[in-house]
Design a protein around this ligand. Structure first.
Ligand code: ASP
Ligand code: MG
Length: 456
């Protein structure tokens, strides 16, 4: 049995979804399909929360936009009128429920994390119903099961939950034992789970990759496939380096590092559950299903020059905290980090020297982070400064720290391009080296690195 995750990019419109439905009906017997929402739907759902808060008269528009979007797709997927009627009955119930949540928010003038997470899951609830019906209309033996009914148990953290693997695995196996057959094509909405106290919690944006990994590990699947509208992991972002190449094989660590900085190929935590279970992840292009794609697995031959990919993110900013002797004052770091933690701000990385601590945060958190440390009393530092015009570059390849000359090669290429390195964060991972450059020098940096590691 395989677990296959279908991304929102493959569910862009009717024709795209048709391709998927054909593939699933032909090849998917006995497999489990974990779904994203149709393309753009989660964004509409989430932006609808603010619209509903500002004026309840916006709510009918949000609902009709969602109905319209899905209706256009259904028209191209399903011809049979009886099936269409059954489907519109099920969807009607779902839209009605969603509408009540929006009115709830508007009425109470409050969008709690609980409500936001509940609303965000509706795209996946809808796509599961539609795909399951579309496969049935083509004669497939299909069914869908919601994560709450499957027993996908989460730790209850809203918007950033993790699955409790042991319980979830027991529940999934019990459910499959009762319902699964070698003929059946099973659909599971991705993106969320349910806590032990019954709270619907999402795994963060892009979380259906992680859902699929949890289902694969929990069910003891033979393999996890991620179906996307791209080839797989590349040696660089094709926007910067049009001649970049596919990476045929990666280790779990390399994939995890690339998921963290790279161009959103995978949710950052996808690798965790399958790595422990020793299940491979294959990235497959739905437009070219027999192409090799990228395989993430345990035993991988090292690249000739160790480095597999050059990647970056611009979603970083630095909070620089200046204080004398910070490297020698015990408790100093925690006095800064604790208020950030209480404000719900994630610190991506910390680099310290004797006079300055640099915290790398997401750009969206930087102002809240700055305020949180400015509010500390008594003020424990001389000044706190925000730097936003930076980008984080990483070179990824397992073994880079234990092989001589890689860092030297990297930094001499960067300085050869006349780019200044603002900060280096040589992490604990043996698969990545990170550093920051000015954002306006990002493209030159990527060009220089790709050239030295891949073009010469
Ligand atoms: N639909 C959710 C999102 O857009 C989850 C996912 O697609 O992975 O973030
Ligand atoms: Mg995604």
């Amino acid at each position: 049995m395989k677990v296959i995750k279908i991304g929102g990019g493959c569910l862009k419109d009717g024709p795209a979804a048709n391709v998927i439905i054909d593939l699933i009906t032909r090849r998917g017997k006995g497999d489990i399909f974990v779904l994203s929402a149709f393309y753009g739907v989660t964004d509409i759902l989430i932006s609808g929360i603010d619209l509903a808060l500002s004026d309840e008269e916006n709510i009918p528009d949000i609902i009709s936009r969602l109905k319209g979007l899905h209706h256009t797709i259904i028209k191209e997927l399903i011809n049979d009128n009886t099936v269409k009627k059954q489907l519109s009955k099920s969807l009607g119930d779902i839209y009605a429920k969603l509408e009540r949540y929006y009115y709830g928010i508007s009425f109470t003038r409050e969008a709690t994390a609980r409500m936001q997470d509940m609303i965000a899951t509706f795209g996946e609830r809808i796509s599961a119903v539609i795909l399951s019906k579309a496969v049935a209309a083509r004669g497939g033996d299909s069914q869908y099961v919601l994560p709450e009914d499957l027993g996908m148990i989460s730790d209850g953290k809203f918007m950033d939950a993790s699955a409790l693997m042991e319980k979830t695995g027991e529940n999934i196996q019990a459910w499959l034992g009762r319902h699964m057959t070698p003929e059946k094509i099973l659909f599971v909405p991705g993106f969320y789970g349910i806590s032990e106290s019954g709270e619907i919690t999402t795994f963060g944006r892009g979380g259906s990759d992680y859902s699929a990994a949890v289902v694969a590990a929990g069910s003891g699947a033979d393999a996890l496939e991620i179906w996307k509208d791209t080839e797989g992991f590349m040696t660089a972002d094709p926007d910067n380096i049009p001649h970049c190449r596919l990476i045929p094989k990666l280790t779990y660590e390399e994939a995890a590092e690339l998921a963290y900085t790279g161009a959103g190929i995978l949710h950052p935590r996808t690798v965790e559950p399958v790595k422990n279970a020793g299940i491979d992840i294959a990235i497959k292009n739905t437009y070219n299903p027999d192409a090799p794609g990228s395989l993430i697995t345990r035993e991988v031959p090292r690249a000739e020059n160790i480095i597999k990919s050059v990647s970056y993110t611009t979603d970083v900013a630095i909070l620089k905290i200046y204080a004398p002797g910070v490297g020698a004052r015990f408790g100093f770091l925690s006095s800064i980090l604790a208020p950030l933690g209480r404000a719900g701000i994630n610190v991506k990385s910390v680099v310290t020297s004797q006079t300055c601590i640099s915290l790398i945060l997401s750009r969206k958190d930087i102002h809240a982070g700055h305020e949180a440390v400015q509010a500390i009393r008594p003020v424990p530092f001389r000044k706190a400064v925000v730097v936003t015009d930076v980008a984080l570059v990483s070179i990824v390849g397992e073994g880079l720290h234990t092989n001589r000359g890689i860092a030297a090669k990297c930094f001499s290429a960067v300085s050869g391009a006349d780019v200044n390195i603002e900060m280096i964060s040589s992490g604990t991972s043996n698969a990545a080296l990170y550093f920051l450059v000015k954002e306006k020098r990002l493209d030159d940096t990527i060009q220089a690195l790709h050239k030295i590691f891949f073009d010469s």
